[in-house]
Design a protein around this ligand. Sequence first.
Ligand code: ATP
Ligand code: MG
Length: 632
Amino acid sequence: MSRYSEFHARSLQQPEAFWREQSELIEWKSPVDRVLDASRPPFARWFPGASTNLCYNAIDRHLPSRADQPALIYVSTETGTEKTYSFAELHREVNRFAAVLLALGVLRGDRVLVYMPMIPEAVFAMLACARIGAIHSVVFGGFASHSLATRIDDARPKVIVSADAGSRSGKAVPYKMLLDQAIELASFAPEHVLMVNRGLAPMALAPGRDVDFAVERRKQWDSKVECAWLESNEPSYILYTSGTTGRPKGVQRDTGGYAVALAASMKHVFGGEAGETYFSTSDIGWVVGHSYIVYGPLLAGMATIVYEGTPIRPDGAIWWRIVEQYRVNVMFSAPTAIRVLKKQDPALLRRHDLSSLKALFLAGEPLDEPTAHWISEGIGKPVVDNYWQTETGWPIIATPRGVEALPAKFGSPGVPCYGYDVRLFDETTGAEVGSNAKGVVAIVGPLPPGCMSTIWGDDERFVSTYWHSVPGRSVYSTFDWGIRDNDGYYFILGRTDDVINVAGHRLGTREIEESISSHPGVAEVAVVGIADALKGQVAIAFAVVRNPAEVADPAARAQMEGEILKLVDSQLGAVARPSRVHFVAGLPKTRSGKLLRRTIQAICEGRDAGDLTTIEDPTALEQVRLALGGRP
Ligand code: ATP
Ligand code: MG
């Protein structure tokens, strides 16, 4: 048995001993006595009775050893701002912010909704909530009024923290205006709205309700706020899922289990050390932002980079410039962002000194092999795919480098992380499937520390959504479809409902997409299955090419389509061959960059496209419609 398999086996066979050890990575106010209360499955309560505080562990704990070292490095290519906060400065700002929240009447257990662009105050707000035991609910700044209103009604925040505006590619996004509309739409009304004025857009304050943060901050200049010691299972935050598969779910996270899980992941998965620098290109509105922009790095005593801007402004080398300048050691991004870079000159990847960087982690959607090769060769660093969800808070499947240098396999995020009993089941019989057979990815409970405790305000929906989809079993199912090889490596084939059934053959859309994206001219592709009278379903592909000139006229398009179909034929066989390949300029995605296959499928089948609140760029839908209608 390898070192890692022993480590993993022990985490499942002796979970109490294993997690008791890991719990020593953080500081507790009252010591850990019991490790796990699993008396009410599928609910799991980790470290019941012990108390701790996330903000204390992220900041205060480091003051004796690293008060003057960088904690938060802010880079905005939108406003041209760069500013570094030491742990001592971060401590001061978070104390002021916490005092402002207390003055507005926020109590332990109250919700505070954070609708903010990527500015340091957003991070201060989150940490300030953690400090006083308020539950933050960060809503991604790219969402507009309707999505925001639904979340306001679900979380019922006493206070909303926001800013006048965000900025995207140099254009102001009027947060305050969108927020005012959302409050108008929502049935629940917050008592106060705390506004950070960046001076980017006009900002009218509603008398009695809206408060200017700058004014309040000055009043609290020297305030010190004690950390509230929360019982390990008190909620730290609510975060809504991306909504790729429908109505977003309010994922509720605990406090102690989350702190332990993140601290352990920094050590075993990411290999980040105190004093080093972590750069996650995500947004605080997503789970990666919560775990690996805010809490994870700070818990580990690392500096974290908060970046406002796109990957390609002022040019496609901006991230690598940041890596060089701040000596970034660990970096985290998403395949969708790498595909954006792929349309840029690859020489940009080599312009800067990346010697400090140990590895680039990518998560959020399947990492196709061509993209993985392109980026790992381009930057000359290991690229580590990792698979997880908003629900789990930290990786489910990865290659935990901190335990053992397991070899990477392209196309696979790796092996189950310690604490996760991952299995594959047959979706119709519920039987467990062995190696090299496709099955539904599921986790046998209890879920390890850090995973969601429940759906906010809806225990029933938690149980029915996650624990009842494999027939005859109560296992946590992730709606993802996967396969395991003889070495125990998993390959994620996409969502269970992204499986196409062509004349009785079950094909993952991802397999076909992988094959198509191995064509050198293709930058991005989406494959969906649509109803077909003869075969049940057929595959249709929508491809974005790297060089639009290659599909400028019908003859060129036909040639490219022919090449792609041949490629699929040779790699997967004729059953997998899409009936058409359409060329589009962009694909419909969620705001987090995930493909909305279900929406594309609905359009192809002439159905209503449904809830479009999470869509990034509605014009991409038009593209799909045009492609379908424009070319019979
Ligand atoms: P919703 O649950 O609201 O439909 P969502 O599932 O897209 O939205 P997230 O929690 O952000 O919301 O995403 C988790 C999902 O992303 C996983 O279940 C999986 O489908 C996909 N995913 C994440 N990382 C990977 C990866 N490394 N490889 C393959 N798929 C991944
Ligand atoms: Mg999901």
